[in-house]
Design a protein around this ligand. Structure first.
Ligand code: 13P
Ligand code: SF4
Length: 309
């Protein structure tokens, strides 16, 4: 059996041979983050995907992240390290359902969380990530906004954009939104000296009880820079592991052990190696999207980078 170091070594030589650039979301495992060329939250990955010179990109995360990289790089070949990894929130509403809801609010703009399919982006006006939603909604000329699909991120955005009128559909992350105020209270009781840092995909009652609310990058940076020594982490459980490795002098506790995204967890270093071997022998299938969908969805992402940059 090969050790993880040997698998990583094989990945590094295949990367050099194929010229593939590996993008990995911060929720991936440490062994994947170690061999990735670009790591970060959804916003950083989207911005970096449009800037790399590599002709082939391999995405470790979930499908909408690979789609986003493909939309921003129509001339490049984009591959998924594990095509079974999808984000359940991205598929909660169909384009038809969104258009029917939009028709209820004449003149409104549709703001789509980047955690959506390309088909949903194609019927939206602008995309946002959790780290850019407030800034982008503030910068938009429209007052009436249909914010889809995450109503928790939507409520957080509404709170910080009082001049706007946001409408919602009942969507959200099944893992972040499942965390209850009772779990948050229990974590506080167990770790009374810890600061609680949570992702805006959590319910508004959880965000209201937190010491800091922010996207993955915000949570990581807050914990790194803070003079505090203990933190309760209210986002995907991998972030507890990453921060524990990175800041051994600090203590990190999960807000709940249930805050685990199986889709983010299924990609292994062995999947990355297999994908690279298939890219090298020409048998890997790059992601494809219908041309019209891609054109309209791309506009939505360009607007995100323009208004959020
Ligand atoms: P970020 O925008 O923080 O990367 O979040 C992505 C995600 O899937 C959170 O669940
Ligand atoms: Fe989707 Fe939630 Fe998993 Fe993020 S954590 S990829 S929003 S299901």
């Amino acid at each position: 059996m090969r050790t993880i170091n040997e698998v990583q070594q094989a990945i590094r030589s295949l990367k050099a041979q194929t010229g593939v650039c590996i993008l990995a979301h911060s929720y991936q495992s440490p062994e994947i983050l170690e061999i990735a060329d670009i790591t970060g939250d959804s916003y950083k990955l989207s911005a970096a995907a449009g800037q790399t010179d590599a002709e082939k990109l391999l995405v470790c995360g979930v499908r909408f992240m690979a789609e986003t990289a493909g939309l921003l790089n129509p001339e490049k070949q984009v591959y998924e390290a594990n095509p079974a990894a999808g984000c359940p929130m991205a598929e909660q509403f169909s384009p038809e359902e969104i258009l029917a809801e939009k028709a209820k609010y004449p003149g409104c703009a549709v703001v789509a969380y980047v955690n959506t399919t390309a088909a949903v982006k194609a019927v939206s006006d602008v995309c946002v990530t959790s780290s850019s939603a407030v800034q982008i909604v503030r910068n938009m000329p429209q007052q009436e906004i249909l914010f889809i699909p995450d109503c928790n991120l939507g409520a957080y955005t509404q709170k910080h954009c009082p001049g706007k009128h946001l409408h919602f559909m009942p969507g959200g992350c099944p893992h972040h939104s499942a965390i209850t105020p009772e779990e948050a209270a229990a974590a506080r009781k167990a770790h009374p000296d810890a600061l609680m840092l949570v992702h805006p995909e959590c319910r508004p009652e959880i965000s209201a009880a937190a010491d800091y609310v922010g996207a993955t990058s915000g949570i990581l940076n807050f914990a790194r820079k803070s003079g505090h020594r203990e933190f309760i982490i209210g986002t995907e459980i991998s972030i507890v592991q990453h921060l524990t490795l990175e800041c051994p002098d600090k203590r990190f506790y999960p807000l709940s052990n249930r805050l685990c995204c199986p889709d983010m967890r299924i990609t292994s270093a062995a999947d990355v190696l297999r994908a690279l071997m298939q890219i090298a022998d020409g048998s890997a299938k790059p992601l494809t999207l219908p041309a019209q969908t891609a054109l309209k969805a791309r506009h939505c992402l360009d607007e995100m980078l323009r208004l959020g940059g």
